[in-house]
Design a protein around this ligand. Structure first.
Ligand code: MG
Length: 319
């Protein structure tokens, strides 16, 4: 399949038109507008074969996840997603692979009213780069640096399911359906993020593991965080493994793609009703304190220290 046919195939399966799209795929650049009095929010993320995903992952899952991880960053900002650009590098142009990839990408794009307005396709090692553009009202973007002493810390969804699925898959063991979904088809918390604009003092999405991601919030807010391990939201498959192993997966495994946010204690009721309205579970896991760093408290009162602190590129051996 030639490059132009690739783009046509994508455009057949992914929405390319929508609000604010003046000129979409097919020219040298897209023309976009209609921001009202909102501000533009931009995020980008690349997934490389062998680093971010295994070679045998389904193209539907790759299409979904490559967009989902980007939308998750917009969710963490409280933004509404609008447009996406896709840079696709492929070793060979297999039309069946491309159609399945576009179906995964397109279904999530449709669900969140995102239009694909441009990008590039080329030959090379498999790499999927996505850029998303969204909007947020002035002064309402959620940031990492706004946490205050005494704020409660919350996470959405469960922790550790995706990390467990990846570990089991790498070991060639059977992966529970719910865990495989968490790894392959993460759902970005866009509605929750927008609802948190008026409630949260700080927010980040959970991509690298709670310790690493909450560590950014604490450091950028100039404060410390206390996490109570017995509060970590835990699925049945995680509950079935040894405690130390479970805490390591839940705190450092990464790829959860829920939101971690902070809010003043008097916001709890509003946050609970927001989560209920969005059909999302949020769990209060700790509190922001004076100082620096993160303390994880075991139910027996002792402080728990992980063997590793979360994914960092250029540091650890590859999966
Ligand atoms: Mg992020």
């Amino acid at each position: 399949v030639a490059e132009f046919a690739l783009i046509d195939r994508l455009a057949e399966r992914v929405p390319t038109d929508g609000p604010g799209v003046v000129l979409s795929i097919g020219d040298d650049a897209a023309v976009l507008g209609d921001l009202g009095d909102e501000l533009l929010v931009a995020a980008t993320d690349t997934m490389n074969a062998g680093v971010h995903f295994l070679d045998d992952v389904s193209p539907v899952a790759l299409g979904h996840k490559s967009l989902a991880v980007n939308l998750s960053d917009l969710a963490a900002m409280g933004a509404r997603p609008r447009w996406a650009l896709l840079n696709l590098s492929l070793p060979h142009a297999d039309p069946n692979w491309l159609d399945a990839f576009a179906d995964g990408f397109g279904a999530l794009a449709r669900e969140h009213e995102v239009s694909l307005v441009g990008g590039d396709t080329c030959e090379g090692a498999m790499s999927i780069g996505v850029t998303v553009l969204g909007t947020v009202p002035p002064g309402q973007a959620l940031r990492r640096d706004g946490a205050a002493i005494g704020d409660d810390i919350y996470v959405s969804g469960n922790l550790g399911d995706a990390a467990l699925a990846l570990r089991e898959r790498l070991a060639g063991r059977l992966v529970a359906e719910q865990d495989a979904r968490a790894l392959d088809f993460p759902e970005p918390e866009l509605a929750l993020g927008r609802g948190l604009r008026s409630q949260a003092s700080a927010c980040i999405d959970l991509s690298d593991g709670l310790l690493s991601d909450l560590g950014h919030v604490a450091r950028q807010s100039g404060l410390a965080a206390r996490v109570e391990l017995e509060r970590l939201p835990t699925s049945p498959s995680l509950a079935a493994i040894a405690e130390d192993d479970r805490f390591t997966l839940q705190l450092t495994g990464g790829e959860d793609y829920g939101l971690c946010f902070c809010a003043a204690p008097e916001r709890e009721k509003a946050i609970r009703s927001l989560a209920a309205a969005e059909g999302t579970r949020v769990t209060r896991i700790g509190q922001i304190e004076a100082g620096a760093g993160i303390r994880c408290l075991h139910p027996d009162g002792s402080e728990w220290l992980p063997a590793a602190s979360g994914w960092e590129h250029f540091r650890e051996p590859r999966p």
